[in-house]
Design a protein around this ligand. Sequence first.
Ligand code: F3S
Length: 393
Amino acid sequence: MYLTREEEKMLKGEMGYAKQVAMEILLALGEIYGAEKMVLIKSAQISGVSYMNLGEAGVEWLEELSTDGKVEVYTTLNPAGMDIERWREMSISREFAEKQIRITNAYTKMGIHLTLTCTPYLAGNKPSLGDHIAWAESSAVVYANSVIGARTNREGGPSALASALTGRTPYYGLHITENRAYSLRINVPNLRDEYDFALLGYISGKLCKGRIPMFSRVESANQVELKALGAALASTGGIAMFHVEGLTPEYMLPPQDRVEEIDIEEGDLKNAAEELNDNVEPDLIFIGCPHASLEELIMVMQRLRDRIVKKEMWICVSRSIKGLAEELGIYQKLERLGVKIVCDTCPIVAPISSLGVKSIATNSAKGVWYSRNLNKVKVKIARLTDLIEEAVR
Ligand code: F3S
């Protein structure tokens, strides 16, 4: 693999320990995937922040890198295992909180912004069409590639951090234009809202088998809907990019040589909803997977119609969306009605089973998928309107 003089210096340790480790990681990755060279990146998004996922070894590794590591590009962070300010209200143990704070301190020392969100594009890290970036967090990766038209592979926490520390990533996969073309056309039924888009993503992910899909016959789609579609697609199919005909920035790219065509019917959406429903009474109703936008907070407020929430209900957001909501009085109103606006985390990366949560309800197919398969809690997927009616009952 070709390395510039600066990259060679990093590899030899002439620019410090952290950059040397980072360049070793990137070189190994580039060689595995047959990259010819590195490409400079505009930003990084790092996953692997919750102590629940990192454990003691992860904390120590980050602290070691932070002794001389400094990031070269604008870098943001995925959610942690707790709300950094309200962890006591979440019944998080002091021991967990202390470990979590060691992790965020190490990242801060490296110059990384504590955005603690899976929607960096709603929190100031918004690349432009054609920018090379190195993002971890599957839902953010698929959104960046598909909706923004920036270019990133599905990085893991260590490779995204390595890219942040060096300002580079190996040039392969979705950084190359030809690899961004679709080879599966999916004709979709009428889609009403983000719930339908999430179900569509859930079904399609299973059908894609690694292929980039082109969704056809979508009349319109807003940011919330595309966010839900991509997150589900990335969860069930590991997909990092999709196109929507007539809507997303690169839908005009010529397709791959062979294109398969599949129809998804309304009945398939209903079947998917049944599959994602354990018919439980939820301990926690949760909105914001991926983290909610201001628009979603407004949707909840409008549907609540001043009624008090009687069940535990969280909306997970980034701190910047919370700030905007505070300025507009939306935050205060929702909290007055009994909704908890939770920042920096979500019920998937926080230790919710130790908080006594055994079942959750959400409108997110990704949220349901991981809650069931990773956290082993019972799940229920429902439209936002139905979740709210359940919350006020
Ligand atoms: Fe974000 Fe947690 Fe969902 S990190 S995408 S809210 S699983």
